[in-house]
Ligand binder design. Structure first.
Ligand code: BG6
Length: 486
């Protein structure tokens, strides 16, 4: 891997503490960082290098999946970190930053390869990008890359504006947009699954598959993010990005070559074939919900509008379920159901593929009902996969469903950020959100945003601790299906 400087904007923030430092540390322990690696942390506070390094050490003790118990390795790791106080809105600071980086590059004898990581609020992206460009940080020999976190806009127009600003300084191939769902090991496995299992590859189409169900349920409520969440709702916070990315990863056909460009093309193809929703059709295909009080895993919780910082009159969506159709030759006629919500019964992310069951009627006539074959890809909390088949139980002589299971305990599995950072460091953008996908996703959700804004769609209440409003179950019942719960 190339030697480089990792320039972290927002180094004193929450994401750096919880995810970025622990991920870098785990990569370091696994020998996956470049041999010459320099990190410059940037923040508003007047910190010394020592204060910064102590802060990182503390974050590892609290958030790393591997405890930093080997002190000498820890010291070696911390040695690469330097701190620079920067007011990100002031141009002069960037020139000072450039000098600091160049000094360090000389000291370490490393080329001008620079990775800029923007872990900052969206309103600062614009000014940072133009200052990076104007100050000369982006110039010089060596490659330059940009890692950026969601949100990538608030709607189609703002996403296009943001992208245009990014493109003033960085080319698309230099931009790594993090969607942390793409870093989850079982999501990355989706691609391999077909590749190494001809059986799955052969069945991955409308001839055999009856429907696909994608669920990302959470037990947490709005937490301390009222200001942010009440503006975005489940549709922007989860659906437009994470859930549509899961849909693309599930539905795409394997390209001949597995690389960022080909995977990007395949994902884009799915979005292009996604049947557009007209505003007036939102009501029959999209269910929006908001949680009211209830019990989540035994604990009583208040409703959304009683949460601190949320107005009584808020019509924000904390739950979305939708029916989507991909009108290509592979998926024509197969409904994809997607749902996500806060304060639901359990924390769960999974994809269920329900196979067609042509034998159902035959066995029913003999009083034996068979369950459909199900392929379940478990993404969270544990990573796993299971296949439900029917067998005749030799003990009872009855036909019964059995599960063939694999499950890995999350403790030992690398975290999403670890996998994504490693890829970005080595210049592989396969599991990042590419602009075209982001743009097409906003385009697809745009009529939903409008329908919500104009209140054309009802806002269904659901009890905290449930799996969402009844209307979400009815959406599948209309097509003769039901959600497969765990
Ligand atoms: C984030 C959302 O992108 O993903 C949060 O902003 C949500 O609201 C989180 O809680 C869920 O991520 P995970 O990995 O816990 O499923």
């Amino acid at each position: 891997m190339d030697p480089m400087t990792f320039v972290l904007f927002g180094a004193t923030g929450d994401l750096a503490k919880r995810k970025i430092f622990p991920s870098l540390y785990n990569l370091f322990l696994d020998g996956k960082l470049p041999s010459s690696f320099s990190v410059i942390g940037l923040g508003r506070r007047e910190w010394s290098d020592y204060t910064f390094q102590t802060h990182i050490e503390q974050s590892l003790k609290t958030f790393s999946r591997r405890l930093p118990n080997e002190t000498f390795r820890m010291e070696e790791f911390l040695r690469v970190f330097r701190y620079c106080s920067l007011d990100i809105t002031e141009y002069e600071g960037y020139q000072k930053l450039l000098e600091t980086i160049q000094r360090r590059e000389k000291q370490l004898g490393i080329p001008e390869n620079r990775m800029f990581y923007l872990s900052v609020a969206p309103e600062f992206v614009d000014v940072i990008i133009s200052n990076i460009k104007e100050s000369g940080l982006k110039s010089g020999s060596g490659w330059k890359r940009l890692i950026i976190e969601k949100p990538f806009g608030h709607d189609l127009k703002s996403a296009q504006d943001l992208n245009e600003k990014l493109n003033r300084a960085f080319a698309e191939e230099e931009i790594y947009r993090i969607d942390h769902y793409l870093g989850k090991p079982m999501v990355q496995n989706l691609e391999v699954l077909g590749l190494v299992n001809p059986m799955i590859q052969a069945f991955w189409n409308n001839q055999y598959i009856a429907n696909v169900q994608i669920t990302a349920s959470e037990t947490v409520g709005v937490e301390e993010r009222a200001d942010y969440y009440d503006q975005v709702g489940a549709i922007r916070d989860m659906f437009q990005n994470h859930l549509l990315q899961l849909l693309m990863m599930t539905a795409m056909q394997l390209p001949e070559q597995i690389n960022a460009k080909e995977i990007g093309n395949e994902k884009r193809r799915i979005m292009e074939f996604l049947r557009p929703l007209r505003k007036e059709n939102v009501v029959t295909n999209v269910i929006r919900g908001q949680y009211i009080s209830g019990k989540v895993q035994g604990k009583p919780v208040v409703g959304y509008t009683q949460e601190p910082g949320i107005k009584d009159s808020s019509m924000n969506d904390t739950f979305i379920a939708a029916r989507l159709w991909i009108d290509d030759p592979f998926w024509n006629g197969v409904p994809f159901y997607i749902r996500t919500g806060k304060r639901m019964k359990e924390k769960l992310t999974r994809i269920v593929i329900e196979f067609k069951n042509p034998l159902k009627d035959l066995y029913t006539s003999q009083n034996k009902v068979t369950s459909p074959n199900l392929l379940v890809i478990q993404i969270n909390p544990n990573e796993g996969i299971s296949l439900q088949l029917n067998i005749k139980n030799p003990l009872t002589n009855q036909i019964e469903p059995v599960n063939i299971d694999f499950s890995a305990s999350s403790k030992h599995v690398p975290e999403a950020y670890e996998l994504l950072l490693f890829d970005a460091l080595r210049g592989d953008s396969t599991f990042f959100a590419h602009w075209k996908e982001v743009e097409l996703s906003w385009e697809w959700v745009q009529p939903i945003l409008q329908a919500f804004e104009e209140n054309i769609t009802p806002l269904y209440a659901y009890h905290s601790g449930s799996m969402g409003p009844d209307a979400s179950d009815q959406l599948l019942q209309e097509d003769g299906f039901k959600w497969w719960e765990s």
